[in-house]
Design a protein around this ligand. Structure first.
Ligand code: PLP
Length: 412
């Protein structure tokens, strides 16, 4: 008899980000920071090479009393003020007409984890993009779900044909569909879908929902770094057209929006045409939350509410500096990549650019060769992720050219 449950994932966690980051830090001590490029970590860094921590956010936090920070939150689903502000912030000026519920979670991870554990029975398939944040796989495995993939791209666009094909197959097999779309500012490609692509996705899901329930998770972790920030929520208009048998979960991450990765705050926004459904899902999420993490960071929820109520304009101005900086960094990398023919996935905005390498063996060799040259990146199954969010412009200059040369040298 096993000590643990029969169906539990006891394989060592392979984290391809933190392990390489550790190597980069060791190399930095050995060879000097100016001689290494650490493009592993998905956090915003300043041009001086330190993690960005917004003044408008942390100065407000410093005014919150220690008693408030020490307390449990007012409810398992989050403080009422936070829930109200987070919903307002996420929808922006979009007139969302759907009944909704907000559940505060430890990061966007908490929101996605709740979804993974609540909708599908074991051995059912969850549909993920073939190019994706690796935690989705870990969460799916942890819940004994089977992973199915749709191809993210056809050329430079969202691959709607693959999405339609794979989702239809799953619906025919199991009579239920759960799918994750990480948009805008997709990790790891930096792609953002057009409104037309979103409309096609919703139209298809509506059609499929005649055969069974459909759960669509929109992971919006990076939404607040869209270049066209005022229009970053425009695509959400199409959510109003979901049919009765569709549930939408928006997974929000305060880690990115507030530069507060360690504070562990986010939210799951549940939307559907029927209030009874959103209430039922809220109850399920609340029970899971109570039995796993109980409640989330009280002081940080209150800080979010305070910044959004009384310091929002200054916060937006401060954040805009980093949106502009990401734009400058990405333009430099992409223009050099184009010059030397280094192939990349279609980038529009966000924290990451991914160099495209079809052959996985070559990709592994290339990743190792980059490390030997003190360029630290994250290896994916179809490419090499470069976290431009954490690399200053001075180090981005020439980076694509160097990466191309290292690739060419592999073949010699
Ligand atoms: N979704 C994506 C695509 C991410 O890259 C991340 C973090 O890296 C998250 C969600 C969740 O982050 P957190 O749990 O810190 O909010």
């Amino acid at each position: 008899m096993k000590f643990t449950k029969q169906n539990i994932d006891d394989t060592p966690l392979k984290d391809n980000v933190f392990a390489i980051d550790k190597l980069a830090r060791e190399a930095s001590e050995k060879y000097g920071d100016e001689n290494i490029v650490n493009a592993t970590i998905g956090s915003l860094y300043t041009e001086d090479g330190v993690i960005a921590a917004f003044d408008t956010v942390y100065n407000t936090y410093n005014k919150i009393s220690k008693e408030d920070k020490a307390q449990y939150s007012q409810a398992i689903t989050g403080n009422p003020g936070y829930k109200e502000m987070v919903y307002k912030w996420i929808k922006g000026n979009i007139d969302l007409k759907l009944p909704y519920q907000v559940i505060a979670t430890p990061g966007g991870s908490g929101a996605i984890a709740l979804t993974m554990m609540s909708f599908l029975d074991i051995h059912m398939k969850v549909l993920l993009p073939d190019l994706a944040w690796s935690s989705y796989n870990t969460m799916a495995k942890n819940n004994n779900l089977v992973i199915a993939n749709y191809k993210m791209f056809a050329g430079n666009h969202f691959n709607i044909d693959s999405f339609v094909l794979e989702s239809t197959t799953i619906m025919e097999q199991q009579g239920k569909l759960m799918v994750i779309i990480n948009d805008p500012c997709h990790n790891p490609s930096g792609y953002t879908m057009t409104i037309d692509e979103w409309q096609k996705v919703i139209d298809h899901i509506n059609a499929l929902s005649k055969k069974g329930p459909c759960i669509l998770v929109n992971d919006i972790a990076y939404i607040d770094y869209s270049i066209n920030i005022e229009h970053s929520r425009d695509y959400m208009k199409v959510f109003n057209t979901i049919s009765d048998n569709v549930v939408l979960i928006l997974a929000f991450s305060c880690s990115k929006t507030f530069t507060s990765y360690g504070m562990r705050l986010g939210a799951a926004i549940v939307l559907a045409q029927q209030e009874t459904l959103t209430t039922q899902i809220k109850n399920i999420f609340e029970n899971s939350a109570r039995s796993i993490w109980s409640n989330v960071n009280n002081g940080w929820m209150d800080n979010f509410t305070e910044v959004m109520k009384n310091n929002q304009s200054a916060f937006i101005v401060e954040k805009q500096y980093y949106i502009d900086l990401l734009k400058q960094r990405s333009e430099l990398f992409l223009s050099e990549a184009k010059k030397v023919d280094l192939p990349v996935f279609p980038y529009k905005e966000g924290f990451f650019i991914t160099v495209k390498i079809d052959n996985n063996e070559v990709c592994t060799k290339y990743h190792q060769a980059l490390i030997k040259n003190n360029i630290f990146t994250v290896k994916l199954n179809q490419g090499i992720r470069v976290a431009i969010c954490s690399v200053p412009i001075i180090k981005i200059k020439g980076l694509a050219i160097k990466m191309k040369k290292i690739y060419d040298d592999l073949e010699k």
